[in-house]
Design a binder for this molecule. Structure first.
Ligand code: CP
Length: 313
């Protein structure tokens, strides 16, 4: 495998999930494979889990890790070709990507959606800029459109916590004061859609439909209570409107997840989460919450993706 950009880069879910389970039991099993190799992690946005779990995954594989908070510490990048660079941008993506490729063997990129320009976000300017001009494999650590490391960790968490043949999983929108990107929801929908042994549906207020290219034929139920009935897993996430791009159309607190709404289901969220806005304390503090397991599984999701990259490069 050359890159891990979307969940479509996973060639066999069974193999990847089994391998993640194996690595969880014996994290240092492949500690020689990355010896003498370096991973560079470039962050254009904040992070806690992605930064530390990817670093830990790299260490488990024997790699060295270099991290840069690019938006504070790097030169402002120009992505257009042929631009006269006499304004604020000091470095072109062509040079930046090629330079980093000389120092690293794998490159992780985190670059969120701007939520102000749909076309630019859809074009994944930063991620695809590095992919185009770097000469090394790229690991997507959350881009404008997707968060495939999170989705893989989420699938692993569901597989580990169900004994049902066809577990019912519901993705529920929840309120949030700020406009948030669609990346986590997109990748979760994609990975659920591609695992047909999961009974998957989405619930959100009208106006919060995700891209139809992502949701395709996934059932959407606008009545949250109806959607959550008999769910085994409730995955909660806020996202801004896709059709009214980047807008907050509702902050209706009735969509916040409570113990009453959750019922017997297990609760999932990628974190960070705003307590008593997205989900009430009682849910997060209960044994039905899987958020710590999801965060822990981020290490093994990253380790599988890196292992596949190292074996394929
Ligand atoms: N879930 C997740 O990606 O967390 P961070 O934004 O803290 O990395």
């Amino acid at each position: 495998m050359k890159h891990y950009i979307t969940v479509n880069d996973i060639d066999s879910y069974k193999e990847w999930i089994d391998l993640a389970g194996e690595l969880k039991k014996d994290p240092l099993k492949f500690k020689e494979i990355g010896e003498g190799k370096t991973i560079g992690l470039l962050f254009f946005n904040n992070s806690l889990r992605t930064r530390l779990s990817t670093q830990k995954a790299a260490y488990h594989l024997g790699m060295h890790c270099m991290i840069m908070n690019f938006s504070n510490e790097g030169w402002a990048l120009e992505f257009e070709d042929g631009t006269i660079m006499d304004q604020g941008k000091a470095e072109h993506i062509r040079e930046a990507a090629e330079v980093v490729s000389q120092y690293c063997d794998v490159l992780g990129i985190r670059a969120f959606a701007s939520l102000t320009n749909k076309e630019e976000d859809e074009a994944e300017m930063v991620l695809n800029g590095f992919k185009k001009y770097a000469t090394i494999p790229i690991l997507n650590m959350e881009s404008a459109k997707g968060h495939p490391l999170q989705a893989l960790a989420d699938l692993l968490t569901i597989e580990e916590n169900t004994s049902e043949k066809k577990p019912k999983v519901v993705l529920s929108w929840a309120p949030h004061p700020k406009a948030l990107p669609h990346a986590v929801a997109n990748s979760f929908v994609e990975i659920m859609r591609q695992n047909s042994h999961i009974d998957f549906s989405i619930t959100h207020p009208k106006g919060y439909e995700l891209s139809p290219e992502v949701t395709k034929d996934v059932p959407i139920e606008y009545d949250q209570d109806k959607a959550l009935k008999e769910a085994d897993f409730v995955y909660v996430k806020n996202w801004s409107s896709y059709s009214s791009y980047g807008k907050v159309l509702s902050t209706d607190p009735k969509w916040m997840i409570t113990m009453k709404k959750l019922g017997k289901a297990q609760f999932m969220h990628c974190l960070p989460v705003r307590r008593n806005v997205v989900v009430e304390d009682a849910v997060l503090n209960s044994k039905q919450s899987l958020v710590m397991e999801q965060a822990n599984n981020r290490t093994y999701a990253a380790q599988v993706a890196l292992l596949k990259i190292l074996k394929g490069s």
